[in-house]
Design a binder for this molecule. Structure first.
Ligand code: NAD
Length: 245
């Protein structure tokens, strides 16, 4: 249980982030959720609050350092502590490397990797003060296996794994754990564009023979955020139906 804890979830206006926010609330946590525009994420917070949970929404673009600092300030202003950070926000700009534009590479790295760094760095001070904290970074099966057309995304998601291990080593002595989750193919807006024929080919690579749902990832987040995971740090938990073994 996460009763009385405070969690920040980035990119929570839909998909996996929205499911993580909901599961954290169900486990007893207060949540501060963000996405680039306030409207969609406010609707998620309203729904949670109307069910008796405590959710605060704010517009924050994690690729901007100032937005991230404001997000952390808002959280501390309201709850005085940050127990859990879930670095979930992410984007894709897929194309083969031959056709890849510099600005698309930069956008993916800036959001997926630098944004994760900004958020992590910003919560370390309060977590160190508390001598406790849980940081959970959402990577991807693509960061482990690679995928044609996803060089920027794969580089950013693989970068998150190296980042996770390094920060786990830096702050373990402060009582903070840092872990990554590498989801496989999860049914969300991000994967909705995959053509049906390709989706069927992908199913053959998944021993459990189904795509995951956002709640499959959210349950893994709740586990890593819970006391049950107190002796786990620097790890990558694969939530992919067995794609990577
Ligand atoms: P999604 O596109 O449905 O949702 C992404 C969320 O991130 C949205 O709320 C969006 O507004 C937000 N976001 C994007 N850029 C942002 C920014 N700069 N600042 C703040 N918020 C921002 O994606 P999803 O499928 O729910 O994926 C969530 C995470 O899981 C991503 O990091 C993604 O890479 C990862 N992932 C997804 C899958 C999958 O199959 N869907 C697989 C592996 C990993």
């Amino acid at each position: 249980m996460l009763t009385g804890k405070t969690a920040i979830v980035t990119g929570a206006s839909r998909g996996i982030g929205a499911a993580i926010a909901r599961k954290l609330c169900e486990a007893g946590s207060n949540v501060v959720i963000c996405s680039r525009s306030d409207e969609a994420v406010a609707a998620i917070a309203d729904a949670l609050n109307s069910e008796g949970y405590t959710a605060i929404s704010t517009a924050a673009d994690i690729s901007r350092k100032g937005d991230v600092e404001a997000l952390v300030k808002t959280t501390l202003g309201r709850f005085s502590q940050i127990d859990i950070l879930v670095n979930n926000a992410g984007i894709t700009r897929d194309t083969l490397l031959m056709r890849l534009k510099d600005e698309d590479w930069d956008a993916v790295l800036q959001t997926n990797l630098t944004g994760t760094m900004y958020c992590t760095r910003a919560v370390l001070r309060p977590m160190i003060r508390q001598r406790s904290g849980r940081i959970i970074n959402i990577s991807s099966v693509i960061g482990v296996m690679g995928n044609p057309g996803q060089a920027s995304y794969a580089a950013a998601k693989a970068g998150i794994l190296g980042f996770t291990k390094t920060i786990a080593r830096e702050v373990g002595v402060r009582g903070i754990t840092v872990n990554a989750i590498a989801p496989g193919f999860i049914t969300t807006d991000m994967t909705a564009q995959i053509p049906e024929q390709h989706q069927n080919q992908l199913l053959d690579l998944i021993p459990l023979r189904r795509f995951g749902g956002p709640e499959d990832v959210a349950d893994a987040v709740c586990f890593l955020a819970s006391d049950a995971a107190r002796y786990i740090t620097g790890q990558t938990l694969h939530v992919d139906g067995g794609m990577v073994m």
